[in-house]
Design a protein around this ligand. Structure first.
Ligand SMILES: [Zn+2]
Length: 200
């Protein structure tokens, strides 16, 4: 049984290993924990993470055009926001998870990184990237930038999908357009930890 203190948002959990990482380090961690990347060269993962970050940070700001719906079962489902392309482009925002993220920012003293209300704004920005990558030419541009060549035939090159890269690009875009001090990837990692602690 865990101490009652671990469920108290005012008591920060012991520092997790990822806390020492900068945003790029967290992006590398995300790739390394993706099953298709098991056994890949850490330097290659770092290169992909850096490329995806730079790609996302350089994307021109676009409004989220998808229909937004709010739900309150995010903590239960482990979701903060989600983009779905069918039947029509839609973004689900999980208000309970957004509230938990805002409370965690206060509890950890991270307001200088994530101003009040920025979690919702960042979530919408993040999902706007998924929307853009789903429908527009940006998906091919990201693949090209990553340069993961899976087939070569003469001058022809087929670029493969790099699992996790889109996620890193979406976080980097959200950090940039929302002017955050740290990537939402950092907040997501902390939130996942906090929820896990609570469930122990
Ligand atoms: Zn995402």
């Amino acid at each position: 049984m865990s101490r009652a203190g671990s469920t108290d948002p005012r008591t920060p959990p012991a520092a997790a290993p990822w806390e020492a990482d900068d945003d790029l380090g967290l992006a590398v961690r995300l790739l390394a924990s993706t099953p298709t990347h098991e056994g890949r060269d850490p330097e290659l993962l770092r290169h992909w993470a850096r490329t995806a970050e730079a790609f996302g940070a350089a994307l021109a700001p676009v409004p989220c055009r998808a229909r937004i719906t709010e739900r309150a079962d995010g903590l239960e489902r482990g979701l903060l926001a989600r983009y779905t392309s069918r039947p029509a482009p839609a973004v689900e925002l999980y208000t309970d998870t957004l509230a938990a993220a805002e409370a965690l920012i206060d509890a950890r003293g991270w307001r200088h990184w994530y101003p009040r209300g920025s979690v919702r704004e960042a979530a919408l920005a993040h999902e706007a990237v998924h929307e853009q990558l789903h429908h527009g030419p940006a998906k091919a541009a990201l693949k090209h930038a990553l340069g993961h060549v899976v087939l070569r035939a003469g001058r022809f090159r087929l670029h493969g999908h790099v699992a996790g890269a889109e996620e890193i690009a979406a976080h980097a875009y959200a950090r940039t357009v929302c002017g955050l001090g740290r990537s939402p990837l950092h907040l997501t990692a902390a939130l996942a930890d906090a929820v896990t602690q609570r469930e122990k």
